[in-house]
Design a protein around this ligand. Structure first.
Ligand code: UDP
Length: 359
């Protein structure tokens, strides 16, 4: 099966057409726009006729994800680390670099941050900075332009919830280790949310926070050093290597296919009803990691065996969102079944191997 990303992007646009959602002529800043989710957002916005400015320092994002957009007149790439100040619409500022010709931003989407637990031990400081200093800088930009501010937070703000908090609603405060191996991510996302609420309170800004649950699909980073479960298992299965299940595989996750997640983000950005809200976006069908391994072995027709490895410290036991708020406020729910999303992701992986061989 050959994977065509344009079909997926068109599917999102079609859903927007049906719902009367458009970003035409809006000027939108996307931090982390060269990353997995950020680049999907840029693709959809460019297709919609928005003027999309992508900021990325390319430490975890990649130009490969946005190369095809570089010649588009309504796309602009700035190689910049958002944890350092940057000013739009000013020709000079003593505290940071300036992008003088962008006079008015309508929307700021702050999406920059590494998100793979495998990277938390090597890059904890830059993760903390992008979600605290980066959030503050992005809020400052939105404030100066009276722009809507959208932040991609995470289900990790809930940490390791007990069974009676599954499915987890936005009103659950969390069970998070502040000094554990995941704390650079979990706690900085929590701090990012607190920054946003402070700016909303003090400066009356229009803000929106999404809490993302496990999402995957084409463009997800896939080297063994990133180690997210779906790309890892697909890589292993396609190469007939052992599938590394951590612990006994009874921990659960719920997986969203990327186009559903991107549709949800942009619906939230668009809708006035989401102003001031925090909303879970994910899939509420829970799978154990062992089930996932078996599904991927079957879909790839692989000879891989399962091998069990130690469970990482503080690995959440269950994760599943309560989607009532997303359904009520955004009229959104995930549409792509797990197997269908996996099939498209596997097709993308296979295409990629073909290109690599041909290079
Ligand atoms: N996992 C696994 N094998 C792998 C990678 C991950 O069993 O090779 C497990 C991991 O321990 C966790 C789940 O899969 O329970 C999801 O891990 P991921 O790294 O995708 O992100 P998380 O949901 O923990 O943030």
């Amino acid at each position: 099966m050959y994977y065509d990303i344009n079909q997926d992007i068109s599917e999102i646009s079609k859903r927007f057409e049906e719902d009367g959602i458009t970003f035409k002529d809006k000027t939108i800043l996307v931090t982390g726009g060269a990353g997995f989710l950020g680049s999907w957002v840029c693709d959809v916005l460019v297709k919609q006729g928005a003027y999309c400015i992508c900021i990325d320092n390319l430490t975890s994002g990649s130009t490969k994800n946005i190369l095809h957009l570089m010649d588009e007149p309504n796309f602009r790439f700035l190689n910049h680390d958002i944890s350092q100040p940057i000013f739009f619409g000013l020709s000079h500022h003593p505290d940071g670099i300036c992008v003088g010709d962008i006079k008015k931003l309508d929307i700021v989407m702050h999406m920059a941050s590494r998100a793979s637990p495998f990277e938390f031990k090597d890059h904890p400081i830059s993760i903390l900075k992008s979600n605290t200093l980066g959030t503050m800088n992005a809020l400052g930009i939105a404030k100066a332009h009276n722009a809507i501010f959208f932040y991609t937070s995470t289900s990790e703000v809930y940490g390791n919830p007990p069974d009676d908090a599954i499915p987890t609603s936005e009103s659950y405060y969390g069970h998070v280790n502040p000094v554990g191996p995941r704390s650079c991510y979990d706690e900085s996302k929590r701090a990012g949310e607190a920054f946003i609420k402070a700016y909303e309170l003090q400066h009356k800004m229009r803000t929106k926070i999404v809490r993302i649950f496990n999402t995957s699909g084409p463009r997800i980073r896939h080297g063994p050093e990133y180690g997210r479960v779906i790309p890892n298992f697909i890589n292993q299965a396609l190469n007939d290597q052992d599938i590394t299940v951590f612990g006994n595989g009874s921990q659960t996750r719920s997986f969203t296919y990327v186009i559903d997640e991107i549709e949800g983000f942009l619906k939230m950005v668009y809708k006035d009803e989401a102003i001031g809200e925090v909303i879970n976006l994910g899939n509420d069908k829970e799978y154990t990691i062992l089930e996932l391994a078996k599904i991927i072995i079957k879909l790839t027709d692989s000879n891989s065996k399962i091998s069990f490895k130690p469970l990482p410290i503080d690995d959440p036991r269950r994760r599943c969102p309560d989607l009532s708020k997303a359904k009520r406020i955004l009229e959104w729910e995930p549409k792509t079944p797990l197997k269908e999303g996996l099939k498209r992701t596997i097709a993308w992986f296979k295409d990629k191997y073909d290109w690599e061989k041909n290079e």
